[in-house]
Ligand binder design. Structure first.
Ligand code: CTP
Ligand code: MG
Length: 396
């Protein structure tokens, strides 16, 4: 099979490929970019595999970065882009079910492709747009199947993260996982415990945000992968609500919020949960704010000041979470109410602490209390946001 009209991202990379082939090496586009080209999906980067050794690659290009020399990867800067160029290799000598510390270089493309995770990721394309399909990846693409290359057990022993990648691709691509591949995940789910939480988290979140998130989540539960990730062990019953939600979450923060609410975690455990998953403090804080506002929405219609304190993003996310969990709120009305607030942030208040001191207040706790009262009155529309009105109110 030959692709005639290559998208711009490949055209731009062609000189890199041709530099390698002109020097007598083999070079191909490989991995996700070829898969996404054939699926007509957005292509975010283009990776290259070559028979040249890293040192040989470095000699051919002016600007290179030693990204992972021990894994055979050199980054080449060319035009406005950068390309990861990896020497044909196998991943031998796995002791710990993670990617190996050292790799073995091999001389041909076939050896390289056969150690890749799934047939749809084991396609290569040469500089003429000719597709090299050694493992029937094209058939599986057409049948929308995620199927391990060769023996699934071997592939998952080489890198146990691949089991999470299977459910992630299932979600993102709206594919199903081929029966033997899924059975191997179920049989070896416990290998996932060897993988770092950060790597699992990245795949998990991609799974939750893909177009087929709910179906993939069901497989994540069925295969027991869910037993090997932080805080999910023994929680299948609570988590099994996710696949039956009417909508799936659309942002990372709302995904975490939905999951935490399904798990019925008490508020004081949210921070720990987020830490267990190695999330950033900023993400943890955001999720706490969303859950706080979600609880508030379930209790009463927020006041203007509550909207102000939450901020637009949290309001929108909390509405999203409510909708996902089948407790619809009138989010348009809330957004309108927010948009109409006289001020959106503290710095927009017409006065500050300095003005209050000028008007005779002593520095101390009363200062903050007075400022807070004024802010609340301005936000709720009881007091106009101009110096004169505020001064009059303050001195009265
Ligand atoms: N655990 C892994 C990770 C990657 N790969 C191979 O390396 C390629 C590139 O990996 P990566 O960029 O992580 O994934 P992509 O398939 O390109 O998906 P994405 O679109 O998310 O980048 C994959 O296509 C696959 O051939 C693999 O075999 N096993
Ligand atoms: Mg990729």
């Amino acid at each position: 099979m030959r692709i005639n009209n290559l998208p711009e991202i490949f055209i731009q990379a062609l000189p890199v490929l041709k530099t390698l082939t002109t020097a007598g090496y083999e070079a191909y586009f490989v991995g996700g970019s070829v898969r996404d080209l054939l699926l007509e999906r957005h292509i975010h980067d283009v990776d290259i595999a070559t028979s040249a050794y890293p040192e040989e690659v470095k000699e051919l290009f002016t600007h290179t970065i030693d990204t992972g020399i021990q894994h055979g990867t050199v980054t080449v800067l060319y035009g406005d882009s950068s390309y990861e160029i990896t020497t044909f290799r196998t991943e031998s000598g796995y002791q710990d079910y993670r990617r190996p510390d050292k790799v073995e270089f091999v001389q041909n493309l076939a050896e390289d492709l056969k150690r890749r995770d799934f047939t749809i990721n084991a396609l290569a394309m040469d500089q003429d747009g000719e597709i090299r399909d050694l493992f029937d990846g094209l058939t599986d693409l057409n049948q929308k199947l995620i199927k391990a290359v060769g023996d699934p057990e071997q592939r998952f022993h080489e890198d146990a993260l691949r089991m999470m990648r299977a459910v992630r691709f299932m979600s993102q691509l709206k594919f199903t996982i081929e029966a033997k591949t899924e059975a191997a995940i179920k049989d070896h789910h416990e290998l996932l415990s060897k993988i770092s939480v950060e790597r699992i988290r990245d795949e998990f979140i991609k799974m939750c945000l893909g177009q087929n998130a709910r179906q993939a989540f069901q497989v994540f539960l069925n295969t027991e992968l869910s037993e090997e990730v932080p805080d999910f062990r023994g929680k299948k019953e609570q988590l099994s609500v996710f696949p039956s939600l009417t909508f799936a979450p659309s942002t990372e923060a709302s995904a975490w919020a939905v999951i935490i609410i399904l798990l019925k975690l008490p508020n004081e455990e949210i921070a720990r949960f987020m830490r267990d998953w190695k999330n950033s403090n900023a993400m943890a804080k955001r999720v706490e704010e969303i859950i706080y506002f979600f609880d508030l929405l379930s209790d009463h219609t927020p006041t203007s000041f509550e909207l102000y304190q939450a901020g637009l993003e949290v309001v929108v996310s909390a509405c999203d979470v409510s909708r996902i969990l089948g407790q619809p709120v009138n989010s348009e009305a809330l957004v309108d109410q927010y948009t109409a607030l006289p001020i959106k942030k503290d710095s927009e208040l017409a006065i500050n602490g300095g003005d209050l001191i000028k008007w005779g207040l002593k520095p101390g706790p009363a200062l903050g209390e007075n400022l807070a009262t004024i802010k609340e009155k301005v936000v709720s529309g009881e007091l106009a946001n101009d110096v004169e009105s505020i001064k009059e109110f303050f001195l009265s």
